[in-house]
Design a protein around this ligand. Sequence first.
Ligand code: C5P
Length: 217
Amino acid sequence: MIPVITIDGPSGTGKGTIAARLAERLGWHTLDSGALYRVLGLAAERRGLALDDPDALATLAASLPLAFADDRLLLDGDDVTETIRTEQAGMSASRVAVHPPVRAALMDWQRQRAQPPGLVADGRDMGTVVFPRAPLKIFLDASPEVRANRRYKQLIEKGLDANLSRLIEDIRERDTADRARLAAPLCAAEDAVMVDSTALSINEVLDRVLEEVRRVF
Ligand code: C5P
């Protein structure tokens, strides 16, 4: 079986960065499943589809015109790498992600990312639903304030507008929606290793995860 490491948790915990660095260390593939939901939300908006229409969204999800060029993400041939990173795109992703038919339509595509020599997959349901038999599952968490602060710094560094109290509110709102939904809610798998990054730097989190990698593989 192809080895898979799953990293789940709420937004702003550094999952994506940890997954990318870990995959680089191991020479494995990555799956950023959040990007998939973000692209779907954007594609739906561009086509004028309602974000609460599961059937239309599932049809779109099944044939999403998505491509990867080096580290860029293309939708309909258009580079959307940065466009999908806004808070607005995160909210739209969260709205399309509640529908079971949408999640089902994206399942095979995600599982097919498990290719030799291995895969590091990050998201909300990687360890619970998409790769339930993964030998190593990490659940990464941090306080909403710390997560919002990290996001605030990223936006300011990029020269973009940011409002800290608004970010805290957005993060809490998206967390609540992701945890409360019926389909694949955000929660830790029973066999997940819990890592709280509130007081840890990215390097410290990576060291902690690498300890687990050495223990399991
Ligand atoms: O991780 P990211 O912030 O990019 O995810 C955007 C949204 O996509 C999340 O808030 C969540 O609603 C949804 N998502 C999901 N399942 C995943 C990954 C993301 O429902 N595996």
